[in-house]
Design a protein around this ligand. Structure first.
Ligand SMILES: [Zn+2]
Length: 332
């Protein structure tokens, strides 16, 4: 091909591609921003639905784990508006039907114990007036309206676990030594049955409550005061959180620790009143629908046919009315 022909070909290709770019009416930056806000609205709705589900499951399952000593549990989730980009603020305003201020914590999930004392989803916290959460003193908050709330602490007999939803396309769940459970939006999407999601939550809580993460304790710092998850839903922070989370998620638990987490997890959710047969389906369900290869929940929780068969056996024994000790001795 001569140099001229080649030049014409390149020029022709350039014209074709540049024409394609200009097809259709032009859109303004404002219109693009509006579309972006609509996309965020759908993403956030999914995020909050997942948050609501995991929060409700945690409230049911956590009190059924190991009894330790009395602790105050302040389970409230919120979005720090100072850290969210403009499109997210716009989408949040649509969802909560409000013109949101630039600063404040938008409350997105509240334990019913605190709801009953007047703290509701959609409220805006200006600041926390209490320095700490204690069994004796009320938790004092100031809302952006100027209203002050004095909330009596909820007391549970086990060390509280906070939770965080991570926006990620990978179905996964893990716990970190700062006593936090992480669940990705994709896991909520894949597991539409609450019994199945409860099985994952129970398994993860067992890793915490049985001390499987103890060695990693020193690596983490407690960042959040009062247990409120104040986070940004977009940008660097979310990515950092995911990075941090996946680093921990990729820690390999031993085979024995996985067995123990399966066993205790099933007991927790049984005591919490979940359907064990449906719950046991979760590992088969995940193995069937998830593509192979990391990172997903199966790669961080190595599954096997042997494991599934054992879980089925435990479920049968529990349903037959056998005691915790009897099954534990037989399984191990
Ligand atoms: Zn595990």
């Amino acid at each position: 091909m001569s140099r001229l022909k080649l030049l014409l070909l390149v020029l022709g290709l350039f014209l074709i591609t540049s024409c394609a770019v200009q097809t259709g009416p032009p859109v303004s930056p404002e219109e693009i921003r509006r579309s972006q806000a609509e996309i965020w609205e759908i993403k956030l709705q999914e995020y909050f639905t997942c948050e609501e589900r995991v929060g409700r499951l945690l409230i049911r399952i956590l009190p059924q784990t190991e009894q330790e000593k009395p602790y105050p549990w302040f389970l409230v989730k919120g979005v720090d508006l100072a850290r969210t980009p403009e499109e997210v603020d716009q989408a949040l305003s649509e969802i909560f039907n409000e013109n949101l201020p630039e600063k404040g914590i938008l409350v997105t999930f509240v334990h019913p114990y605190y709801q009953n004392q007047g703290l509701q989803r959609g409220m805006l916290i200006r600041k926390l007036l209490s320095q700490e959460i204690s069994l004796e003193h009320p938790i004092k908050l100031e809302l952006t309206t100027g209203q002050r709330l004095n909330l009596k602490s909820l007391v549970i007999q086990t060390r509280p676990v906070d939770f965080r939803i991570v926006d990620s396309p990978q179905p996964n769940a893990w716990v970190t030594p700062d006593y936090r459970l992480h669940v990705t939006t994709a896991l909520c999407r894949v597991l539409t049955n609450d019994n199945e999601l409860a099985a994952v939550v129970g398994h993860e809580l067992a890793h915490l409550k049985r001390g499987h993460l103890k060695k990693q304790m020193a690596l983490m710092t407690l960042r959040d005061l009062l247990g409120i998850g104040i986070y940004a839903l977009a940008g660097q922070t979310a990515r950092d959180v995911y990075q941090l989370g996946t680093n921990f998620a990729l820690l390999k638990f031993s085979r024995d620790q996985e067995r123990e987490a399966d066993f205790y997890g099933l007991w927790y959710i049984y005591r919490a009143g979940f359907n064990l047969e449906q719950a046991a389906q979760v590992w088969i369900h995940l193995a069937a629908v998830l593509p192979p290869g990391p990172p997903n929940i199966l790669s961080t929780h190595p599954s096997s046919a042997e494991r599934l068969a054992r879980i089925r056996k435990i479920v049968k024994a529990i349903q037959a009315g056998q005691s915790f000790e009897a099954i534990k001795d037989k399984i191990q």
